[in-house]
Design a protein around this ligand. Structure first.
Ligand code: SF4
Length: 235
C-alpha cells in the first residue's frame, strides 16, 4: 500500500496539479509521498491481499465506527476483470439492507446509464469509497475515508481497469483530493493510478436535476472513447 499511496501522491501533485487552474486539496494520503507512514497500520494490510482475503477482511471490518450501525458491508460487485469501474460515495439505506451497491432509485438510473453504454452491470465493477452506510446518509468523515479507502484502492489495483468513472463530487474528492465544484471537474479526464479517471454526476443528483443528464451522457461517451468503443444507437 505504500507504493500505492506514493503513486497517488505523485498523481495528485505531479500530474493533476500541472494540468490547469483547477484547485486541489490533497488529502493525507495524497499530500506527501513521505506520508505513507500516516496510513494506519491496519490499512497497510491490504497490500498483496487476494480478492477472497480482501473481501473477508472488509466483511468483518471494525476499523471505524460505521461498523456499529451497518446491516451489511457493501463490498462492491461486478466483473473483477472489468475495463470500467464506477465509484460512488457510500451505501444508502437500500444498499445497507441488501449488501449491494447502487440498488435504490439512483442505482436503477445507474443501471440504465450502464445499459445505454452497451454494458450490463455484470460487465463493469461498481463500488463505493465507504463500504458501510453513514448514519442518515451524512457525508463521510475524513477519518472514515482514510480508513476505508485502502479497500477500494486494492480493488482497483486487482481489477486494473482502463477507466474509473467517479459518481458525484464526494467520490471524486475523497479519491483524488480535489476540493472544488463538481461542475468544474466534470468534462476533464485525468490520469489516476495508471488509469483514466472521468468524473460525472451522481445518479441521485441526476434524479433531482434531469437537465444534467445530457452532461452525464457526454461523460459516459468520453468513457466509451477511452475504452475504444463506439456509442450504441439510442434504443
Ligand atoms: S466503513 Fe470501511 S473502514 Fe469503516 S467499518 Fe466499514 S469497511 Fe471498515
Amino acid at each position: 500500500m505504500r507504493d500505492l499511496a506514493a503513486a497517488l501522491a505523485r498523481n495528485v501533485k505531479g500530474r493533476v496539479l500541472a494540468q490547469g487552474p483547477i484547485r486541489w486539496r490533497p488529502r493525507r494520503l495524497a499530500s506527501d509521498p513521505e506520508s505513507a507512514d500516516a496510513i494506519p497500520a491496519e490499512a497497510a494490510a491490504e497490500q498483496g491481499l487476494s480478492w477472497e482475503e480482501l473481501e473477508a477482511e472488509a466483511m468483518a471490518c471494525t476499523r471505524c465506527p460505521l461498523c456499529e450501525g451497518r446491516t451489511n458491508v457493501v463490498f462492491g460487485e461486478g466483473s473483477r476483470s472489468a475495463e470500467l469501474v464506477f465509484v460512488g460515495e457510500a451505501p444508502g439505506l437500500d444498499e445497507d439492507r441488501s449488501g449491494r451497491p447502487f440498488v435504490g432509485r439512483a442505482g436503477q438510473l445507474l443501471t440504465q446509464m450502464i445499459s445505454a453504454m452497451g454494458f450490463s452491470r455484470e460487465d463493469v465493477y461498481i463500488a463505493n469509497v465507504l463500504k458501510c452506510r453513514p448514519p442518515q446518509n451524512r457525508d463521510p468523515a475524513a477519518d472514515e475515508v482514510d480508513l476505508c479507502r485502502p479497500y477500494l484502492l486494492r480493488q482497483i489495483e486487482l481489477i486494473q481497469p482502463k477507466v474509473i468513472c467517479t459518481l458525484g463530487r464526494h467520490a471524486l474528492c475523497t479519491l483524488t483530493g480535489y476540493d472544488g465544484a463538481m461542475g468544474r471537474a466534470r468534462g476533464r479526464r485525468r490520469e489516476f493510478l495508471g488509469t483514466t479517471l472521468i468524473p460525472t454526476w451522481h445518479p441521485a443528483y441526476l434524479l433531482r436535476n434531469p437537465a444534467a443528464k445530457r452532461e452525464a451522457w457526454d461523460d459516459l461517451k468520453a468513457v466509451l472513447a477511452v475504452l475504444g468503443r463506439s456509442v450504441p444507437p439510442r434504443g
